[in-house]
Design a binder for this molecule. Structure first.
Ligand code: FDA
Length: 311
């Protein structure tokens, strides 16, 4: 219930104004976001790489309906890839980028989004690294997977994401479990209708385990994005059972969440990639993280109250 309220709040412009101007939200933002600038993104990437972790960078922002904004986001990614490459952070996909298709124009039409994503893929190739297309709201899933399939003809390493909460996802995993295809499996962070998604936590977890089995048994490159200890354990057992080499799949976690577990897994010889968001447009991302962690809610409500008194 609480999760649904927070996810609904992520679309409210009045709350956005209140929360983004509240002084006390900064500390919680900083725990999930690398900073506002490209320099912040590069600095955090450097530190994570020094700790033996891989990185996927997300320039925050989504759902633009302005072609100029979609082009600006595309340019930001291209510039970022150039900087990461110049710092020697990109070889063999060490630091890559995650792109939200709606941030680069999906709601303006598939053609614009495809062109922008293609430009980012070209820059990534030049830098020696990869791009992964994030999964967003249900309405964006089909067009995103279509764009990924189309662009994979020129960029075979273009990754995509499957959200285990969706009823369609096991079938999507079977369709995507092709040779070398990079598929990130996550639980899903958006509020979806019962008709298309599992809404009970145990059903989402069971779906994740089924999708995990499909991907780990297939010839692709699974990217297991979860902080859930039980699912991480199942992934490890499946890797042993299927005889997967450590470099044939990776664990992924979000910046600021379970950092000790990120290091522990990397110390076992596993590949671990940290998803690092940066930029000023952090509101919707923050609300999704709060929705996953009701323990942070007390802090969040206190900052809201203090904002209410000052505005
Ligand atoms: P779950 O929410 O059950 O959490 C398991 C444990 O992790 C918790 O008990 C707690 O210890 C810890 N934890 C989880 N969230 C936390 C938080 N916010 N703060 C503190 N601790 C927390 N979603 C999506 O829809 N599209 C996408 O493209 C992506 N991409 C993506 C990339 C990567 C690398 C990750 C890790 C996740 C995503 N997600 C995503 C988000 C994903 O769908 C999901 O919402 C979160 O990962 C939380 O789910 P868990 O699997 O961690 O389990």
């Amino acid at each position: 219930m609480l999760r649904r309220v927070l996810l609904a709040a992520s679309a409210s412009s009045r709350l956005r104004q209140l929360i983004t101007t509240a002084p006390r939200t900064r500390a919680i933002v900083d725990s999930y976001v690398a900073g506002e600038t490209e320099q912040d993104a590069v600095r955090v990437t450097r530190a994570l790489r020094a700790a033996g972790l891989k990185v996927s960078l997300d320039y925050l922002g989504e759902a633009t309906e302005d072609p100029a904004q979609a082009a600006a986001v595309t340019d930001e990614y291209i510039e970022l890839l150039g900087k990461l490459s110049a710092e020697g952070l990109t070889p063999r996909g060490a630091a890559e980028v995650s792109v939200k298709p709606t941030a680069v124009g999906l709601f303006l039409g598939a053609r614009i989004a495809t062109e922008n994503i293609s430009r980012i893929c070209d820059a990534a190739r030049e830098a020696g690294t990869t791009v992964t297309l994030d999964a967003e709201e249900f309405e964006a899933i089909e067009p995103t997977l279509r764009i990924a399939a189309q662009l994979r003809a020129q960029h075979s390493d273009l990754g995509c994401v499957v959200q285990a909460c969706l009823r369609r996802s096991e079938a999507d995993c079977r369709a995507l479990a092709g040779y070398g295809i990079r598929v990130r499996l996550c639980k899903g962070a958006y509020r979806e209708q019962e008709s298309v998604a599992f809404t009970a936590r145990r059903d989402v977890d069971a779906s994740y385990a089924r999708c995990l089995r499909v991907l780990m048994n297939g010839p692709g490159y699974p990217m297991l994005a979860t902080h859930d200890p039980r699912l991480i354990e199942i992934a490890g057992s499946l890797a042993l059972l299927t005889g997967r080499a450590a470099d044939s799949f990776e664990y992924q976690m979000l910046y600021g969440i379970r950092p000790a577990e990120q290091r522990r897994l990397a110390d076992t010889g596993a590949q671990v990639r940290v998803y690092v968001p940066y930029g000023g447009d952090w509101y919707a991302y923050l609300l999704r993280r709060l929705a996953e962690r009701p323990g942070n809610l007390a802090f969040f409500l206190r900052s809201l109250r203090s904002a209410g008194r000052t505005s």
